[in-house]
Design a protein around this ligand. Structure first.
Ligand code: 5AD
Ligand code: SF4
Length: 446
């Protein structure tokens, strides 16, 4: 059958969709890009904010038209929103054939077969650790220019229960994969041409720590051990990871990153808020000062490190003062990138029990202020790079100007340059920076 998957939400969802595509291909199906050509339409959904749910529901609703034209069409909703709403989603969207939750993704192939044979609505949303065994597949179409990049999910689920977050409810308890399985998967990907591997998890740095919400003591970090194992794969050039919870950065982990050949000097370190009062209400297990200490310790060991972060504006009860503390801390750390989210109450998460008290206009305004700060910081940080020589992993032709190529530094800055005859995506090259733009750099190959 011809199958189309559309993915909403985070990189974990992108990775799940890729694993599902791999599974479907193995079972003899083909993947198609165009919805109208598909026999089966799959929507891998997100629940993290209301907007994400609204988008997916709108899209699936619209597919009713395709189903009217082609009654054999099978439509399924997968992932987080499917998990959260289950049968409710089937009732709301009667042309939907099935919902498949986050713990049952590995059962997709037989489920599609059974629905083709016997038309009925199915909701399959039981939590199951079996999903780990099914989800190691990869879909790596030949000729894909970004084929030198690959992703591996090393943990699934989350035990942290930040008060705003729906993830622990829709993705279940945190489980880590065996180190040997992760390393074998990485070796297989590298043999297949991968040069950069992104390790994924809701809290990657908790990898191998048994789901314990207290971070490991000084000197202990199973995640660091995993990074060291992966560092030994000769043809692997780069490792990135997202997202780590700040309190898991002990000396063992920081030391492993600092001495690693492959781990990139760019760390995504979700802050969420710079106000201790709000951090507490969010059930984040650190203070603004505690967070500063983590940043300081990482910078001491890795002086050229860059940081990115996630921040929520308009959490219930956030005052101008709280917001100012977030803003100040963001400028102090000097993030090179930040993902700023307007608080969205999620039914089921703890914070949804308190009133969503910050007006929408105030959320918009705070969001705009932080974006403006970010713009200024990025431009200033890029200017400091002019004249320096940087190593990039070549990505391919620049999206806006096909005569130029671009590459990414380990610190996650994009550099555009004119190619030479030896240029190839997925190789490391040195570039001298000649000019800074507002979001990227320009340079010449050495
Ligand atoms: N409202 C707004 N943003 C949220 N995030 C998670 N839950 C919510 C919510 N209810 C943000 C956090 C997290 C990122 C993936 O999404 O900043 O780090
Ligand atoms: Fe969205 Fe979170 Fe699910 Fe990712 S894990 S798809 S961000 S709800």
């Amino acid at each position: 059958m011809k199958i189309h998957i559309k993915t909403y939400g985070c990189q974990m969802n992108e990775r799940d969709s890729e694993a599902l595509a791999g599974m479907l291909i193995e079972a003899g199906h083909t993947m198609v890009d165009v919805e109208e050509e598909a026999d089966v339409l799959l929507f891998n959904t997100c629940s993290v904010r209301e907007q994400a749910e609204r988008k997916a529901k709108g899209k699936i609703g619209y597919m009713k038209k395709l189903k009217a034209k082609n009654p054999d069409l099978v439509i399924g909703a997968l992932g987080c929103m499917a998990q959260r709403l289950g049968n409710e989603l089937l009732n709301e969207l009667p042309h939907l054939d099935f919902v498949l939750g986050t713990g049952q993704l590995h059962t997709l192939v037989p489920l599609i077969e059974s629905i083709r044979e016997e038309r009925r609505q199915v909701a399959s949303i039981a939590e199951s650790a079996d999903v780990l065994t099914g989800m190691g597949n990869h879909y790596r179409p030949s000729g894909d220019p970004s084929g030198f990049k690959a992703q591996i999910a090393i943990t699934r689920g989350c035990n942290r229960f930040c008060s705003y977050c729906i993830v622990p409810y829709v993705r279940g308890r945190e489980i880590s994969r065996e180190q040997a399985d992760v390393v074998a998967e990485a070796r297989m990907l590298v043999e297949d041409g991968a040069k950069e591997i992104m390790l994924l998890g809701q809290n990657v740095a908790a990898y191998g720590w048994g789901g314990n919400i207290n971070p490991p003591p000084a000197g202990v970090s199973p995640f660091a051990e995993l990074l060291e194992e992966l560092d030994r794969i000769p043809e692997l050039l780069r490792i990135r990871f997202t997202s780590p919870y700040p309190t898991y950065f002990n000396d063992r982990l920081i030391g492993a990153i600092a001495s690693s050949r492959t781990v990139c000097r760019n760390i995504h370190l979700p802050l969420q808020s710079g106000s201790d009062r709000i951090l507490k209400a969010m059930n984040r297990q650190y203070t603004a000062d505690g967070y500063r200490q983590v940043v300081h310790a990482i910078r001491q060991a890795i002086p050229d490190v860059t940081f990115s972060t996630d921040v929520i504006v308009g959490f219930p009860g956030e005052t101008e003062d709280d917001f100012r503390m977030t803003r100040d801390l963001m400028n102090e750390v000097g993030y090179d990138n930040s993902f700023i989210f307007k608080y969205s109450p999620r039914p089921g998460a703890k914070s949804a029990e308190i009133a969503d008290s910050v007006p929408q206009e105030v959320k918009e305004e705070r969001n705009a202020v932080l974006l403006e700060d970010l713009k200024k910081r990025v431009a200033a940080s890029l200017r400091t790079q002019v004249g320096s020589v940087q190593e990039v992993l070549v990505e391919g032709t620049s999206p806006r100007n096909p005569e130029r190529w671009s590459g990414r530094t380990g610190t996650n800055r994009v550099i555009h340059f004119l190619p030479d005859s030896g240029i190839r995506a997925g190789t490391l090259r040195r570039v001298r920076i000649t000019r800074a733009g507002s979001v990227s750099l320009f340079g010449e190959l050495l």
